[in-house]
Design a binder for this molecule. Structure first.
Ligand code: F3S
Length: 401
């Protein structure tokens, strides 16, 4: 891989040990994946924040780093609400370690907004064609697919290294040739809102890490694309997808139709909704906000919960910035007894581990909750989640899709 003179000097340790380690990581990845050089990035989103996932070894590594990031950088969700961690009964020991992790990132000049929806943050603009180093798989999918920016699915250390250098290695989804659709997905039914998470869950298992192009009967909205991409990144490893006539590269570029075709029909989506029947348990905890709720999703949750009282634990995850911008929605949601929780999520927080069955409206959470939280997962739409929480469930299997 070609390095400039300045990059060579950094690699030789002339700019200090932190930058030497950082460039060493990027050069190693570049060599493995055949990068020709390092390229500038506009921003970084760094995973490896929850103490639940990185433990003491991660805390130690981050704490030893010196210097400041060179591009705007934010964090993935942490293991707890940083301002109100006691509400979800996080232990003081965990909270102490989590705070040390956040302090270590802050020391490096990282803006400690902890969210998997960085594209909703003010001043963290992302545009078509921008090169990024983002980690969280749903954010990566959204940036690549819905915005048309370019990022690989970075690991925490490589995203942090990229932030410290302001550069990443030029391979994978930074290159035109890797952004071409490899498999075509025809969806043979019309889709309602919650169907996109179910569709992503089914499709991700079928396409693995390839780039699919969808042919849909409907025109999905941004939150539906968010749900689709998040689920595909979790049940498979999809970091980029296109929707014919909808997503920016599918509209601007003249893609050839891939030879391999998959058809997904309503019966495959129904299997996801039937999770409740299969699990055979009552959900004890209901969660929405995977990925973190948008303003529109907070509004919808507030409308559904207005004037009602929940009888089960109901957690609504969103970014702190959005929670601050929409106090009226938060007030209505919390008046019902539901909890709006920021900086964290049902998967990376240890708070979920004490429940044996969790209801979600996200294909990604549906894929991850069993492995990451040791709980059974049940899938339903937001209406069904609210009905379950207020105790007036219509008892439709999985919800009112
Ligand atoms: Fe975000 Fe956590 Fe889901 S990081 S995408 S809410 S698993």
């Amino acid at each position: 891989m070609y390095l400039t003179k300045e990059e060579e000097q950094i690699l030789n340790g002339e700019a200090g040990e932190t930058l030497r380690q950082a460039i060493e990581i990027l050069v190693a990845l570049g060599d493995i994946y055949g990068a020709d050089r390092l390229i500038p990035i506009k921003s970084a989103q760094i995973a490896g924040v929850s103490y639940k996932t990185i433990g003491d070894a991660g805390l130690e590594w981050i704490s030893d780093l010196q210097g400041k990031v060179k591009v705007p950088a934010i964090l993935n969700p942490a293991g707890m609400d940083l301002e109100d961690w006691e509400r979800l009964r996080i232990s003081p020991d965990f909270a102490e370690k989590q705070k040390l992790i956040i302090q270590a990132y802050e020391k490096l000049g990282i803006h400690c907004e902890c969210t998997c929806t960085p594209y909703t943050l003010e001043g963290f603009d992302v545009s078509y064609g921008d090169h990024l180093a983002w980690s969280e798989s749903s954010a990566v999918s959204y940036a690549n697919s819905v915005i048309g920016a370019r990022t690989n699915r970075e690991g925490g250390p490589s995203a942090l290294s990229a932030a410290l250098l302001g550069k990443t290695a030029n391979y994978g989804f930074h290159l035109d040739e890797n952004r071409v659709p490899e498999v075509s997905i025809d969806v043979g039914c019309s889709l309602q809102k919650s169907d996109y998470g179910a569709l992503g869950y089914v499709a991700g298992k079928l396409v693995g890490s390839r780039v699919p192009i969808y042919h849909l009967k409907d025109i999905p909205e941004a939150d539906e694309l968010k749900a689709l991409g998040a689920a595909m990144a979790a049940s498979g490893a999809v970091a980029l997808y296109h929707v014919d006539g909808v997503t920016p590269e599918a509209r601007r570029l003249d893609f050839e139709e891939p030879a391999e075709k998959i058809t997904i029909d309503r019966s495959q989506l129904e299997e996801v909704y039937e999770s409740r029947k299969k699990v055979g348990k009552e959900p004890e905890l209901i969660t929405i906000g995977c990925p973190h709720c948008s303003a529109a999703e907070l509004k919808k949750a507030a409308e559904l919960l207005k004037g009602k009282t929940v009888s089960k634990e109901f957690w609504v995850f969103t970014s702190r910035e959005l929670a601050k911008h929409y106090p009226e929605y938060i007030r209505i949601i919390e008046k019902s007894g539901a909890k709006v929780v920021c900086d964290t999520c049902m998967v990376v927080s240890p708070a979920t581990n004490s429940y044996s069955c969790v209801m979600v409206n996200s294909g990604k959470a549906f894929a991850y909750v069993p492995g990451m939280c040791g709980a059974e997962a049940v899938y339903g739409d937001m209406e069904a989640c609210v009905e379950e929480a207020v105790g007036r469930t219509a008892k439709k299997e999985g919800g009112s899709h």
